[in-house]
Design a protein around this ligand. Structure first.
Ligand code: FMN
Length: 287
């Protein structure tokens, strides 16, 4: 299959066959991840391969009981890892302070995601399906403890993989022109923004049908024995008087205030792992 076709067909898969991923396939995925681009080629990344039933269950619990994490035969915890490079620098009469330098952090985060997306694409080409699970950022402390993740290492993304049992269809996307700007950023007017989202989501319509299309996780979670997620979402939609797609996203699914309040917890967990980006006037002066 042409790579373009493969990329256009790729969907996040949350329903996996009960079939292990062969060892040589896992090895290929990991080799490709290791060969991904990396800023300065520093490779501040570690990948924890999770296959044992007990660990899959534990990981699923840590990411909000998303059933596909338990059911997938293979998950990878992608970690941003400054620990290795810090030790190497120290042993070589120098210092690496990535955990205090936001620029290192941003580049390292990008490195991790380059590696993860390389796995996604290779997996797809090998007949596997995968789904990212970003909610691991809500339980950094517990995930570090559960998987023995040391200081200066942050679990930033989980990727669950396996042979698909079913693949979602009709996932809404913008048309490419919405996200593309030639030569200069071209700010869209309100009508164009409205049109872009309207073309993506269509009419809000019936709530159940909307969830089938725009919140496939709820539907899939219930299919896999979740505890009434769909019912919960429909009730909340009614309670919060959700009238449109934007309200669904930012009043219910990602409530704006709660997202901001979450900063404290997130920053605390990062600090606990040794990361902090406070402005240091002494260092600033030296620079
Ligand atoms: C950064 C990131 C975090 C995500 N986190 C989750 C998650 O926690 N649970 C989940 O089921 N899907 C998660 N996804 C998958 C998205 O829901 C999915 O990519 C989106 O619905 C678009 O569908 P598609 O991947 O089929 O294009 C995540 C995707 C990304 C890129």
């Amino acid at each position: 299959m042409e790579l373009f076709d493969l990329l256009m067909r790729r969907r996040s898969v949350r329903n996996f066959q009960d079939k292990a991923v062969p060892e040589e396939v896992v090895a290929q995925l990991l080799a490709a991840a290791n060969n991904a681009p990396s800023g300065g080629n520093i490779q501040p990344i570690s990948i924890i391969v999770v296959r044992e039933a007990e660990n899959r269950k534990r990981l699923a619990g840590l990411v909000g009981e998303q059933p596909w994490v338990k059911n997938a035969p293979l998950s990878m915890i992608f970690c941003l890892d400054f620990q290795r490079v810090k030790r190497w620098a120290a042993m070589n009469a120098t210092e690496f302070k990535g955990e205090q330098a936001l620029t290192h952090f941003l580049i390292a985060y990008a490195d991790v995601m380059c590696a993860a997306q390389t796995v996604v694409i290779l997996a797809e080409s090998l007949g596997l399906g995968s789904v990212y699970v970003g909610s691991v950022n809500g339980t950094i402390n517990d995930t570090r403890e559960a998987f023995g993740i040391p200081q200066f290492v942050l679990p930033v993304m989980v990727l669950s993989l396996g042979y698909p049992k079913s693949i979602p269809q009709g996932i809404p996307k913008f048309t490419p022109d919405v996200i593309v700007h030639y030569e200069r950023y071209q700010e869209r007017n309100d009508a164009e923004v409205t049109q872009a989202f309207q073309a993506k989501y269509g009419d809000f319509g019936k709530s159940g049908a909307y969830l089938e299309k725009a919140f496939v996780e709820t539907v899939e979670a219930d299919r896999q024995g979740g505890d009434g997620w769909m019912e919960w979402a429909l009730e909340e939609m009614q309670k919060l008087e959700i009238r449109n797609n934007a309200q669904f996203l930012f009043n219910l699914r990602y409530p704006a205030e709660r997202m901001v309040q979450f900063n404290r917890h997130l920053l605390d967990s990062m600090r606990k792992a040794g990361f902090s980006w406070d402005v240091n006037p002494t260092v600033e002066k030296e620079v």
